[in-house]
Design a protein around this ligand. Sequence first.
Ligand code: ATP
Length: 439
Amino acid sequence: MKSLTDMQDLVALCKRRGVVFQSSEIYGGINACWDYGPLGVEMKNNVKQLWWRSMVDRDDVEGLDAAILMHPRVWEASGHVAGFSDPLVDCKKCKQRFREDKIPDENRKSKKCPNCSGELTEPRMFNLMFKTFMGPVEEDAAVVYLRPETAQGIYVNFLNVASSSRQKIPFGIAQIGKAFRNEITPGNFIFRTREFEQMEMQFFVKPGEDEKWFEYWKEQRLKWHLANGIRKEKLRFHEHRDGELAHYAKKAYDIEYEFPFGWQECEGIHNRTDFDLGRHQEYSKKKQEYYDEPTKERYIPYIVETSAGCDRTLLVTLADAFRQEEDRVFLALHPNVSAYKVAVFPLMKKPELMSVAEKVYDEIRKKYRATFDESGSIGKRYYRQDEIGTPFCVTIDFDTVEKGVLTVRNRDTKVQEKLDASKVLEYLTDQISSWKLTV
Ligand code: ATP
């Protein structure tokens, strides 16, 4: 059994089965923008739900949904106007563009193109924020930005949330939403795109307690990825060293995943200190202090951030689940992520089979997202469900009509079990709730 080695195999599967399509494909596509198809949107929603529930079903985290467009001063305060830039170099010969910090060391030193060995230009700093205009006049005073991260919407609402929810520090605010970055070198399918979704949580703590909470959230976040079925050996932490640390960060770790194109960041956990609220206090001239009732202290909280890309987490999930055997390709997805948990098949399109199969299907659908397929051989139908990662297939045959016995087939082991039709929901619930990766 083989894991994913060539991203193109996953890209092709995603297109074939309606997981991800290239944006505006009939016009030749637009670089680094992707659309989620019928199955992709289900999987992505599942990832978001798993994240949201793990964050917000806690007593110490509140949810938020802030606007994408914000006051332009926000981006001055955050440092994005002055500093959210990547170094851009061009090859004078083949005209390809690169992010200087992402090309191999030897090319950076020799100023030679990694593609054709032509001469590279001097690096120019390129701001990654998308600019647009608010209102009918395109003038400097009307410039607004598409947010490059969701975090700022949380910071500027810190006091609103604290006072309306009556949360006491330590507490967090979680948000899922779109972010936009005019990336110099997007690519690797949905890994680096120009429009993407982030799942961010900012945890506000008393200065001095930040290191403890940083460790706590670092561990929690790794556990979350593992609980979603990602293989342990494919995940690791990477600590940002002095040169890599962002200007606001005291400490930062990435959770990295080993893609076919190497170890890459999937999520960041950052100790952002009091930088963000301090800057918003300075730029807005509104106090951003927290009043600690029991100790009568006033302070600007420190922030521990967990920041994951939703599209990137889905890519990790799909890449990790991809399996190839001699006779089939399948996605060993956790049932919590797969678009369907169950597929129901009548062996043939005979009315007596169809009516029993529909009854079973309706019963299962009360609890689990399921699909019904009556076309082609059972083998072909298994193959279709394997490719999209449906963990269980239920077949209705004459034994079901006559004796009330149906067959459940496991995606990963291909093992088929006969069981009483009345027990099918109980069986599936048991299997799904105790699901563990075995392949
Ligand atoms: P890089 O250095 O790779 O550009 P970053 O360190 O700037 O990334 P963060 O600002 O920490 O990334 O973003 C947090 C998370 O948002 C990332 O871990 C990633 O999952 C996601 N993310 C960031 N940029 C993109 C993008 N262009 N496309 C998809 N997801 C992204």
